[in-house]
Design a protein around this ligand. Sequence first.
Ligand SMILES: [Zn+2]
Length: 499
Amino acid sequence: MMRAYPRIAIAGFQHETNCFGTTKAGLTEFEMADSWPAMLQGEEVITETRGMNLPIAGFANAAKEAGMELVPILWCAAEPSAHVTDHAFDAICGKILDGLGAAWPVDGIFLDLHGAMVTESHADGEGELLRRLRAWAGPELPILVSLDLHANISEDLVDLADYIAIYRTYPHLDMAETGERCVPVLQHLLAGERLHKVFRQMDYLIPLHAQYTSATPGRDLYAVLPRLEEAGVLADIALGFTAADLPDTRPSCVAYARTAVAAAQAADHIASLFARLEAQSAHPMLSPEQAAKIACQPRAAMPVVLADVQDNPGAGGTSDTTGLLAALADAGAQNVLMGLFHDPETAAAARKAGQGGLFRTALGGRSGVAGDKPFEANFEVLALGDGICRYSGEMYGGGVAALGPTAALRLTGAEADISLVVTSIRNQCLDLAHFTHIGLKPETFDTICVKSTAHFRAAFEPIASAVYPVAAPGVFPCDLGRFPYKNLHPDVRTAPAKG
Ligand SMILES: [Zn+2]
């Protein structure tokens, strides 16, 4: 019997795990603020995310409007990195289960998850969380989940969840909307209706820099979902996260419909579209030297953006590799802006030198990646900041990034003219505010280099005359043929099939 005001427990636990990364995510990383808020508990889950582009915020808003009573438990995320420690995973799962116990009885659960979480002991972090929740709550309680477009979805997760909604844009502009989409489905399930589900996994990987959804294959794949919805099938697509060395590392789709046949037909249609688009999943990248040549060409109007796609902290990169910087310096490139370098020691040295001060440092280069080394040079301190950065772009607008003590520096005593931003907390450079908050105006530079794979596109494409992905050293290779995979499913290809 459905209550007049159904009680719904909500929680969030997000991590995108780069199995080739060098630093793990412990409890501290989930408790601290970075590009997303610090760990939130109880009512804070709603009050501190209100209006933000987050699934839990979108779900909470729409669920309240639909007359549901919400019981917020916990929301946390850590910047992408190597594995989540067992200690952190068990502690956070324990908090969610304890919260559920205190909230009991509830009529349903909504979870804001990523879908590519790997822990020290569990290859399928989200699947393990769902197993623990199901064991506690029983098989009947509706559990709805929102996932990131970069999820590596397992069959277990699809079995354990009643419904999975996935972001449909990269850059992720629809995170809140994805949470919102779960509300009518939950109402449907609470009314006692059921949905048949079908899950399909694809047989080739798409490199991250080729996954942005304003170009093919993403654009063509996602265009099919509204059409399926008109035909009564709720389907979603995950493009996968290629830095996980697992059998479930691959794109996939889920389809939900009133009949098993309709769900299967929709999933087959999506799978055939994937097969047709395989050849278009390879997008070219420049070498750092080729990129430096472009940076040295005369610029008429808007800046060129060079994306250091393999050192994206949003994919578990260290955000401190120096390959592109060194190539630009060697080529004598002028009027260049770069960010964000994660180097707390250099940020502290800049603070000691003071605004306008000069100092020598060995910047970054601690990734451990072959061919990467610190960049030793003299710098002038242009500006110093506390790293509290209010996002101005569409993706995170309304939110605040914590960059830690931050410095804007300019290379001195060199032929090249390069300015760069150094932070104390790893953050992906995806918003103009990452530069403007410390007094730098990106549009006045000839070349802008961002340590980001695709999220930067939402904010930087409008001010760019061209965008080029660059393959400089980093712990997130986009040239998948060079990845040391050992555990992919034998059917999965890392480069488009020939012919
Ligand atoms: Zn993502």
